[in-house]
Every structure is written in structure tokens, then in C-alpha cells.
Design a protein around this ligand. Structure first.
Ligand SMILES: Nc1ncnc2c1ncn2[C@@H]1O[C@H](COP(=O)(O)OP(=O)(O)O)[C@@H](O)[C@H]1O
Ligand SMILES: [Mg+2]
Length: 205
């Protein structure tokens, strides 16, 4: 098997987890060995860090926020991602480094060069083979996410912040068109799954 590292990016409520679960079922049905994980989280350390990051009661400044995400990411790369890829699996990761560049860079205004340099350290340069960007009007995404219950710390940020995040994601995709698959997340889950499968299937050895 050829290892394949796939990430899912986009705003809250875009449908990342939904599309990822659909793809995982499809891979399972075809007997393709795969690992499903997420950021922040995916490891015992990452899960603890996730609780801190999403806690609405905490104020976290932009730089420590980025460093917490990076800590979770660095652990995930070493404990989960690299070993799964070494086994030749397809790895599906719900958010990864592009989220930090969009949220803490474009959204919070941290320097893009600094974030890129620290991200290279945290990930050891591990970059996705394919990144699915689910692009959606943030108001629509937040309304979808609100149906899940109490908003977490990031869902509570204002709409202007989420608009900058969206623009940040689109700028990343424009810079690396060969890595990104940008999908209009306002479409039906089934249609999104078909579009992704069309791109992915030829790449599964
Ligand atoms: N393509 C879609 N169209 C409409 N609603 C969707 C779509 N994908 C997911 N949803 C719904 O939107 C909500 C958020 O989806 P989710 O997959 O949890 O988003 P994310 O993981 O990106 O935050 C869920 O209630 C889900 O059922
Ligand atoms: Mg999700």
C-alpha cells in the first residue's frame, strides 16, 4: 500500500467530520487500511490540550493559543501520523497545520513567517498529500455548528474573525493548488463525497 496523508480543513460546521466519516466508511468497505484522527486531539496529550483550547471560560492570547495547537500537533505527528504512514495506511486527519495558519495567522494576526517556521519544527515537515478545504459562508457554518449545542471558545468569536479565517484558507489553497481540493460546502454531503472520491480513488494504490 502507498501511504496517503489526507487532511480536512474549513470553518466550524463546514462538514469536515461528516465528510471524513463518509470517506472512512468507503475505505473500510473496500478494505483499505486507514487511520482516522483529529486535531487538536488524537493522542492522550492532544486530548488534554483540546479541552484547554475549547474551554469557553479561558482567555488564551494568540501566541500561546498557537503554541498549544502546535504542541498537540507535534505529539500527533510522532505518536500517530508517522507510524500510520510508515505502515502504508491512508491517514484521515480532521484539521491540521493549515487550520493554525488560517485561525492564528489570518484570524488572530500572528506573523505568517513565524507560524510557518514553528510549524515546520512541530511537524518535522510532514505535509498532507491532499487537503480537502470545505469552503463555506461562516454564518452558515456557525448556524450548523450551533445545532450541536453550546458554542465552544472558537465558535464564540465574532463573524469578522471567521471571515478572515475563511479568506486565509482560500489564500492557502490558491498558493498550493496541487495540494488543495476546494469544495463548496453548501452542497449536499453525498455530492461532496462523490467529488472527493473521484480525486482520491486514482491515488489509492
Ligand atoms: N454538506 C452539508 N450540508 C448541510 N449540512 C451538513 C453538511 N455536512 C454536514 N452538515 C451538518 O452540519 C453540522 C456540522 O457538520 P460537521 O461535520 O460536524 O462539521 P465540522 O466537523 O466541519 O465542524 C452537522 O449537523 C452536520 O450534520
Ligand atoms: Mg468536526
Amino acid at each position: 500500500m502507498t501511504p496517503l496523508f489526507l487532511t480536512f480543513e474549513g470553518p466550524e460546521g463546514a462538514g469536515k467530520s461528516t465528510l471524513l466519516a463518509r470517506l472512512a466508511s468507503r475505505l473500510a468497505a473496500r478494505g483499505v487500511a486507514h487511520t482516522v484522527t483529529r486535531e487538536p486531539g488524537g493522542t492522550p496529550l492532544g486530548t488534554r490540550v483540546r479541552e484547554v483550547l475549547l474551554d469557553p471560560a479561558l482567555h488564551i492570547d494568540p501566541l500561546p493559543e498557537f503554541l498549544l495547537y502546535s504542541a498537540s500537533r507535534a505529539q500527533l505527528v510522532r505518536e500517530v501520523l508517522r507510524p500510520a504512514l510508515a505502515r502504508g495506511e491512508v491517514v484521515l486527519c480532521d484539521r491540521y497545520a493549515d487550520s493554525s495558519l488560517a485561525y492564528q495567522g489570518a484570524g488572530r494576526g500572528l506573523d505568517a513567517g513565524l507560524l510557518a517556521a514553528l510549524t515546520r519544527e512541530a511537524t518535522g515537515g510532514l505535509t498532507p498529500d491532499l487537503t480537502v478545504l470545505l469552503d463555506l459562508d461562516p454564518a452558515v457554518g456557525l448556524a450548523r455548528a450551533a445545532r450541536r449545542g453550546q458554542p465552544d471558545r472558537l465558535e464564540q468569536a465574532d463573524l469578522a474573525f471567521h471571515a478572515r479565517v475563511r479568506a486565509g484558507f482560500l489564500a492557502l489553497a490558491a498558493r498550493e493548488p496541487e495540494r488543495f481540493l476546494v469544495l463548496d460546502a453548501a452542497r449536499e454531503p453525498h455530492a461532496l463525497e462523490e467529488d472527493l472520491w473521484r480525486v482520491l480513488e486514482p491515488r489509492l494504490a
